[in-house]
Design a binder for this molecule. Structure first.
Ligand code: UDP
Length: 372
């Protein structure tokens, strides 16, 4: 069968590979001049440092199948994400752990003491309905206001009470000195970057990739099936209205040696305009570079010409999303996939898992169809 995949990011590459291995001819289009979507990495021309062009991507998963999949295509170097946050002129350890608590309150508590101390401060909200309630129930007001409120207002451009509680559920709270940002068993960084990983996934004789090519669903051509990983509302030419996205802006600057001592420094204060600064060389600690390249990151509402990064999913947007999902389900011959195609905040491992499952389901359906 002839398959068109729109978007050469993780979803498109993984689905393309699975279908190609099953014997289908796959064409993948991407509007950008490179593969990899927002995972794209490239070497900075001035410093030679591998740069996460669309912001930090750290691979982590508990899914054995996904880990086996990515390590089949790339060598992963051990990498632990250790994030710091600058708040009120001091640097704290993240995610909130015993060190953060003792630093912030000027104490020397042991785990049980800190647990009791935070339990006392945490607000009694049995079923948190939004980000703020979730945070207050989680860590109490002091820590919420220092580490989450300002950052979240900057990152999402709205009151944390308008955001779903699920955003905060991504972050752990620990009563020990473990400052690993993620819980997952497997964590690492592809040695040659994410674009090289995705290039290897795409490297198959029956996969054709065309860059700098936009696809118009209205005049798209004759395909047996289309997998769309572009924006869900974009497929329908935004005819019901636009789903909200945050876009990111990166102000690049260079330095000599080590500028900030870690890969990601968050800025919790509301009056500091940026959310974080990324020093890319720390993502590849096995390489040596004299120079350093950094991205100062700010977040803004995505306009029609901006790159969409984070689906906002405001409570008020749910109805529009439901209508688009109904339209998508009523579109024969097209499967909507990935972060943009399903309008969800997906980590890379979940994206790969879903792409593998989507490909398998599609192949099973074909087989069942032929058998009938
Ligand atoms: N967050 C925060 N302060 C921080 C880091 C994160 O308030 O220092 C909140 C913020 O709302 C963010 C969410 O927690 O969007 C999830 O954080 P994560 O680090 O997973 O965000 P990502 O790296 O995916 O942007």
């Amino acid at each position: 069968m002839s398959i068109l995949i729109v978007g050469a990011g993780l979803s498109g590459a993984v689905i393309g590979r699975e279908l190609a291995e099953a014997g289908h001819a796959v064409t993948i289009l991407d509007a950008r001049p490179h593969i990899g979507g927002n995972c794209h990495t490239e070497r900075d021309p001035d410093t030679g440092v591998m740069v996460h062009v669309y912001g930090p991507h750290i691979f982590h998963t508990d899914d054995q199948g996904v880990w086996d999949y990515v390590t089949r295509f790339a060598t992963f170097e051990p990498y632990k994400n250790r994030v710091k946050s600058t708040v009120g002129g001091q640097v704290y350890s993240l995610p909130v752990n015993l060190h953060t608590i003792n630093q912030f309150f000027g104490t020397a508590m042991r785990p049980d003491e800190a647990r009791a101390f935070i339990a006392e401060r945490a607000e009694d909200i049995p079923e948190p309905q939004n980000f703020e309630e979730q945070a207050l129930a989680f860590v109490g007001r002091d820590l919420y206001e220092a580490f989450f409120k300002g950052y979240t207002e900057k990152q999402w451009g709205c009151d944390p009470r308008e955001l779903p509680a699920s955003i905060l559920k991504r972050l752990p709270l620990r009563f020990n000195y473990d400052d690993n940002y993620f819980f997952h068993k497997y964590q690492g960084m592809p040695r040659d970057g994410y674009t090289a990983l995705i290039q290897r996934i795409l490297d198959h004789p029956v996969i054709t990739v065309q860059l700098n090519t936009t696809y118009d669903p209205a005049t798209g051509g004759d395909w047996d099936h289309v997998f769309w990983s572009g924006p869900l509302d974009g497929y329908f030419n935004y005819d019901l209205g636009r789903l909200g996205y945050r876009t990111l802006n990166f102000e690049r600057f260079t330095a000599q040696g080590d500028y900030q001592g870690c890969a990601v420094m968050n800025y919790g204060d509301r009056d500091v305009p940026h959310t974080r600064i990324t020093e890319h060389k720390h993502f590849s600690p096995w390489e040596e570079h004299e120079g350093s390249v950094l991205y100062r990151e700010t977040s803004a509402e995505a306009g029609p010409d901006d790159i969409p990064y984070y689906p906002i999913r405001l409570v008020a947007e749910k109805e529009l999303l439901t209508r688009y999902i109904a339209q998508a389900q009523a579109t024969p011959g097209v499967t909507f996939v990935g972060r943009l195609g399903t309008y969800r905040y997906l980590d890379m491992d979940v994206t790969i898992r879903e792409a593998l499952d989507t490909a398998q389901t599609w192949l099973d359906t074909q087989k069942a169809g032929t058998a009938m």
